[in-house]
Write a protein that binds this ligand. Structure first.
Ligand code: NAI
Ligand code: MG
Length: 489
């Protein structure tokens, strides 16, 4: 069936604070662009320090309000569940907004991003009344128990690669735990976060529980990280900004920090794997979402005996891709999110060539409007090259060769990052040994990008700390309090 979703008309956008739409204190705005054309979609309010302060005050009032504190955990869960249902009911509209603002193919937005967003909200709806402490058998005449209390007002700063989905990863556990939030979307992609904020009103969340301040990183984002009345900041984005957020937290009020930063994830194909399947998945592991995934399998490690076979399948696949309008059904690859990202990627492609790697396919920008980069594959890559070490965050795959399991493990861990890893083998011993040896928060055996709300996600090493999704994410949004009561005679 042909896809009938068309680009929506979008009006200028305001901040969403304390349940109301407001201009920024400065009345300044910025443009959000359609990356497929470079045209302006609309103006968005440019929030800054003063706006963050107003939003934090609203979130604090809401955190202490009877409407929120007297609401049962089960009722909070019901609201999250309702929000998930509303996302599903507005699925086509949200997918269209996402595709327009971010450039991802409409089919991906429609069948991956938005359904997953709905599911994450519903999953955390189920957790709301299952967050509780323990009774502890303390020595002596005491009764001891722990309470898992909401950490308070949380600031959340998210990137542009999965704009709606990242909102659900952040709001789901925070709201289930009973926190209130001030979220700053990425300046490239504010639209779906604002629409989701509107849906929280329809779901029945009290005003001030959810606030969205749009704006730039160094202004609105930094104001969240350094605010004295934000109890916790959760960030997803670049390692560099993650470090600045941790510094700001340290220099202000020691707010709790969780960071989900980038990666340079190894995807390892052993010679005994189902090679056709492994190579096809290896393609998707990197090129899905135009290579703009924190867990992209961007370092493909292939055993020498099957190297040529794998390269052939991947190169053929790259040549078959249809780049173009994200709203066209036939499009398999859309534009990069911005000119800045496109230029950065083209810079890495030049670096790869200068370092002596061989660009076997792609390598160029498309000669048309928008920020399109050909799917690019580098052969003959050495482990110490920049393109094998730094996160490119675009449709550029670097392929390295290994000859045995020890070398595979050594190469896999030869990075400052540790977000994800893929292992392709039919041998259970190989799979187990590599899974235990690789330093990464997610390990996929004979699959890749196998996501679910129940399965936790996060980094080792410089990919960050703290876990999102699953039960583990709740720890980011709760403080544990020990209560000891002396027992009477
Ligand atoms: P970024 O880290 O600058 O942006 C992510 C978010 O942080 C945005 O909301 C941005 O406004 C905010 N931000 C920026 N500076 C800030 C500051 N000083 N204080 C507080 N918040 C701030 O990432 P950018 O520049 O868009 O992309 C650069 C590279 O970062 C990419 O090429 C990629 O390698 C990596 N990245 C990783 C992501 C991931 O999912 N782990 C997502 C986006 C980017
Ligand atoms: Mg930036």
């Amino acid at each position: 069936m042909a896809n009938t979703i068309t680009p929506p008309r979008v009006v200028d956008q305001k901040l969403f604070v304390d349940g109301k739409w407001t201009d920024s204190a400065s009345c300044e705005t910025f443009e959000t662009l359609n990356p497929a054309t470079g045209d302006t979609i609309c103006q968005v309010a440019a929030g800054d320090k003063a706006d963050v302060d107003i939003a934090v005050k609203a979130a604090r009032r809401a955190f202490e309000s009877k409407a929120w504190t007297r609401m049962s955990a089960a009722e909070r869960g019901r609201l999250l569940y309702k929000l998930g249902d509303l996302v599903e009911a507005h699925g086509q509209e949200l997918a269209a907004l996402e595709s327009l603002d971010n450039g991802k193919p409409i089919r991906d937005a429609q069948y991956v991003d938005i359904p997953m967003t709905a599911n994450v909200f519903r999953y955390y709806g189920g957790w709301a009344d299952k967050i509780h402490g323990k009774v502890i058998p303390m020595a002596g005449p005491f009764h001891a128990h722990t309470r898992h209390e909401p950490v308070g007002v949380v600031g959340q700063i998210i990137p542009w690669n999965f704009p709606a989905l990242m909102v659900s990863w952040k709001w789901g556990p925070a709201l289930a735990a009973g926190c209130t939030v001030v979220l700053k979307p990425a300046e490239q992609t504010s639209l779906t976060a604002l629409r989701l904020a509107e849906l929280t009103v329809e779901a029945g969340f009290p005003e001030g529980v959810v606030n969205v301040v749009t704006g730039m990183g160094p202004t609105a984002g930094a104001a969240i990280a350094e605010h004295m009345d934000v109890d916790k900041v959760a960030f997803t984005g670049s390692t560099e900004v993650g470090q600045s957020i941790m510094k700001a937290a340290a220099d202000s009020n020691l707010k709790r920090v969780s960071l989900e930063l980038g990666g340079k994830s190894p995807n390892i194909i052993f010679a005994d794997a189902d090679i056709k399947k492994a190579a096809n998945f290896a393609y998707a592991a990197l090129f899905f979402n135009m290579g703009q995934c924190c867990c992209a399998g961007s370092r493909l490690l292939v055993e020498d005996r099957v190297y040529d076979e794998v390269m052939e399948i991947i190169t053929a696949k790259a040549k078959k891709q249809v780049l173009g309008d994200p709203f066209e059904e036939s499009t398999t690859q859309g534009p990069q999110v911005s000119k800045a990202q496109m230029d950065r990627i083209l810079g890495y492609i030049e670096t790869g060539k200068n370092e002596g790697a061989c660009c076997v396919t792609g390598g160029r920008k498309l000669d048309r409007a928008g920020y399109f980069v050909e799917p690019t594959v580098f052969d003959g890559v050495k482990a110490d090259m920049k393109i094998a070490q730094e996160e490119i965050f675009g449709p550029v795959l670097t392929v390295l060769k290994f000859s045995d399991i020890d070398e595979a493990i050594q190469l896999a861990n030869d990075t400052i990052y540790g977000l994800a890893a893929g292992i392709w083998t039919q041998n259970i011993n190989t799979a187990n040994r590599v899974a235990a040896s690789v330093k990464a928060g997610s390990v996929w055996v004979n699959c890749y990008n196998a996501f679910d709300p129940t399965i936790t996600f996060g980094g080792f090493k410089m990919s960050g700390f703290g876990r999102e999704l699953g039960e583990y994410a709740l720890a980011n949004y709760t403080e544990v309090k020990a209560v000891v009561t002396a027992l009477g005679k």
